[in-house]
Design a protein around this ligand. Structure first.
Ligand code: SAM
Ligand code: SF4
Length: 373
């Protein structure tokens, strides 16, 4: 594991010199190859409900967005998606939704039990901040992983953009610790370029990934949604002395590369949000700067456009089969291959080809002395 310090992380986050950045990306790619190999794991994403009780200031699914037509998938529709995941050779399904209490604990547990009984799939849940009893029940039903991004490690900014449901509810960092205790593989992550986000806070995000020992780390650009207070500019979080981080592609690549260096064996997706801001190459470039996972969409096409977290989301018209073919083609064009099995953290050695680069010594990356301090 690299021991990059907070000032070094900060220096890399501010780095703009192209040759220095190429060096950073090449190093992160070598760390990726050494620790998790050349396999790219596919996680089939099922967006099970667009109903949400929360009022996150950035997200198009927030309750107050009345212009959005809402849907909730039926049990049969979800099971069909899981069957399709098996046919397409995926190792995992990710069930994601807004915070929707109509997805009751028992209903989700039953789905998880069915998928675990009838398929070899790993099950990841991403259903928001749910109660301890629910998280325990789903783990006992067989759920393997839980994704809950903490969005930013700046507590004040987080509360400004993510209002509490009830005073005193556990925050997302506490929930991530709890998920690990319950035996889940825990996935956190952040948005890059949130209004009011400073470089120092991104450096702190990276240190938080390391401190939490996250199994999965999702990093994507913040994309303004015109029906949200943050997207319209109605809400303008104060910077308080620092410099605003851009929500640029380059900034996301830097974060992905540095996340790979601070958490070398974590599973890191090249996110849909990245593919949204660069439809031609975003996903591929993410895979070249440290990512080792992609999340093809399995949601039935009739629902895709309705799960509108942010505008112009990538891959909302392609069928599940098209998505799979497109992604597999991109992976092969990079000289990589699609991973087999569930691709949990620490399972890279299951495939002989994955750790081909493991023996090669890694040259220590120096923070360039022409970096902006
Ligand atoms: N409701 C669950 C939750 O909040 O964890 C899962 C669904 S939520 C839509 C998944 C992720 O979408 C969030 O964690 C957030 O990082 C991302 N997201 C929401 N709005 C976004 C935006 N405007 N730009 C980029 N990412 C966004
Ligand atoms: Fe709901 Fe999640 Fe969107 Fe917040 S980020 S409004 S919890 S779907």
């Amino acid at each position: 594991m690299t021991t990059l310090t907070q000032p070094e992380l900060l220096q890399w986050l501010r780095e703009e010199n192209p040759p220095a950045l190429q060096e950073l990306y090449a190093h992160a790619d070598a760390v990726r190859q050494r620790y998790v190999g050349d396999a790219v794991h596919l996680r089939g994403l099922i967006e099970v409900s667009s109903h949400c009780e929360r009022q996150c200031m950035y997200c198009g699914l927030r309750r107050a967005n009345e212009s959005l037509e809402r849907y909730r998938m039926t049990r049969e529709e979800i099971l069909d998606c899981a069957r399709q995941a098996v046919k397409l050779g995926y190792g995992t399904v990710v069930m994601q939704a807004g915070e929707d209490q109509a997805l009751t604990a028992e209903w989700i547990a039953e789905l998880v039990r069915w998928i675990k009984r009838e398929t070899p799939l790993a099950v990841t849940l991403s259903l928001g901040e749910r109660s301890d009893d629910e998280l325990q029940m789903w783990r006992e039903a067989g759920a393997n992983r839980y994704l809950l991004r903490f969005e930013t490690s700046d507590p004040k900014l987080f509360r400004t953009i993510h209002p509490e449901r009830r005073a005193g509810d556990p925050d997302r960092l506490m929930l991530l610790r709890r998920l690990k205790e319950l035996g889940y593989e825990a996935g956190g992550g952040v948005m890059v370029g949130i209004p009011g986000q400073r470089y120092e806070s991104l450096a702190q995000d990276l240190l938080t990934f390391r401190a939490l020992d996250l199994d999965m780390i999702g990093i994507g650009p913040y994309i303004p949604h015109p029906k949200t207070p943050l997207g319209t500019g109605q809400l303008k979080p104060q910077l308080e002395g620092g410099e605003q981080v851009p929500n640029s592609e380059q900034m996301v690549y830097k974060m992905v590369a540095l996340a790979r260096m601070v958490c070398p064996d974590a599973n890191i997706p090249s996110t849909t949000a990245l593919a949204t801001i660069n439809k031609a190459n975003g996903r591929k470039q993410g895979l070249q700067v440290g990512a080792n996972v992609v999340m093809p969409n399995l949601t039935p096409v009739k629902y895709r456009a309705l799960y509108q977290i942010y505008p112009a989301k990538a891959c909302i018209e392609e069928s599940a089969t098209d998505c799979s073919q497109c992604l597999c083609g991109q992976i092969e064009s990079l000289g990589r291959f699609t991973g087999r099995g569930s691709g949990g953290r620490g399972h890279a050695e299951m495939d002989g080809r994955t750790l081909a680069g493991a023996a090669a010594p890694l040259v220590q990356l120096q923070v360039p002395n022409y970096a902006i301090g």
